[in-house]
Design a protein. Structure first.
Ligand SMILES: NC(=O)c1ccc[n+]([C@@H]2O[C@H](COP(=O)([O-])OP(=O)(O)OC[C@H]3O[C@@H](n4cnc5c(N)ncnc54)[C@H](OP(=O)(O)O)[C@@H]3O)[C@@H](O)[C@H]2O)c1
Length: 264
């Protein structure tokens, strides 16, 4: 039987790369359900995925909105018999000091990266516990383990979702459901565009060069349906995260040298 895979934030970047990876590797073995807001971009990803042999459905939803998330799960019940894998990934961020952010920017980050991911995660967990199997993969970030200057709200959102996923894992493990957090460093997507950032990310780029989204997707494919707690992309960032856990003060000081804020 086909496996059903729900991917949020599938219209671009990491979510799109994960959709293409599963389609390329497994073709007709998967029914991929792609979720995001931008219909044109989602349809374009859907037709690429379809051309690789997978079955595909597109669901439009603003994942910052509780009602839209409820609709996604109602629709899922109609179109798929089971839910095998959820790549809970849609998210956003703004690189600037908290005091310079608008209330709306803060709300968008918290609504999508925290509330939206938690609602998708808990609804997927309920579904999977009932069927007795499944895997939920959360896109956290290196910023869900470390502290980057000028990313205060984003770090708060990613630490929050890492905490949620870690506790959810304990709750659902006895029911045959796995939970993994994915912690990428910089990735070449619309999200991490140094030209769009309010601060100078050139030092970050030199120290931690952005990797292609396809590399994250390949890592996600490898750990799908396995009991993996967390992965870092690239894997060497696990050492960096561990150094942060052991020497938080020194590491935070070091991080402040990686990003520069223009005079305001
Ligand atoms: N790129 C990096 O350096 C990096 C590093 C670590 C972690 N991450 C995380 O990776 C995840 C994916 O980001 P990306 O790098 O692939 O960026 P991206 O190319 O900008 O993709 C973001 C995706 O999230 C979707 N999205 C955003 N707001 C949404 C909303 N309100 N409702 C529904 N979908 C929404 C977007 O779709 P629509 O606009 O069509 O709705 C898009 O598909 C995020 O959680 C991000 O925090 C990224």
């Amino acid at each position: 039987m086909q496996k059903t895979i729900l991917i949020t934030g599938a219209s671009s970047g990491i979510g799109k790369a994960v959709a293409l990876e599963f389609a390329k590797r497994d073709g007709a073995k998967n029914h991929l359900i792609l979720v995001a807001r931008n219909q044109a971009k989602l349809e374009a990803v859907a037709s690429e995925v379809k051309s690789l042999g997978a079955t595909v459905s597109v669901l439009l939803a603003d994942l910052g909105k509780t009602a839209d998330i409820a609709k996604v799960f109602t629709e899922l019940e109609k179109i798929a018999p089971s839910l095998d894998l959820v790549f809970n990934n849609a998210g956003l961020g703004f690189v600037k000091e908290a005091r310079l952010m608008s209330d709306n920017e803060v709300e968008q980050i918290i609504d999508v990266n925290v509330k939206g991911m938690i609602l998708v995660g808990k609804k997927a967990a309920a579904h999977m516990v009932e069927q007795g199997h499944g895997h939920i993969i959360f896109t956290s970030s290196l910023a869900g383990y470390t502290l980057f200057p000028f990313w205060s709200v984003y770090c708060a959102s990613k630490w929050g979702i890492t905490a949620f996923a870690n506790v959810l894992r304990q709750e659902v493990a006895p029911h045959g459901v796995q939970v993994t957090t994915v912690h990428p460093g910089p990735v070449q997507t619309e999200f991490f565009d140094p030209n769009k950032a309010d601060v100078d990310l050139s030092t970050t780029e030199k120290t931690m060069p952005a990797i292609p989204a396809s590399e994250v997707a390949a890592d996600v494919y490898k750990i799908a349906y396995t009991d993996t707690k967390r992965i870092f992309n690239p894997p060497k960032l696990a050492m960096f995260a561990e150094a942060f856990r052991l020497f938080p003060g020194k590491m935070q000081k070091m991080m402040s040298k990686l990003v520069e804020q223009p005079e305001k």
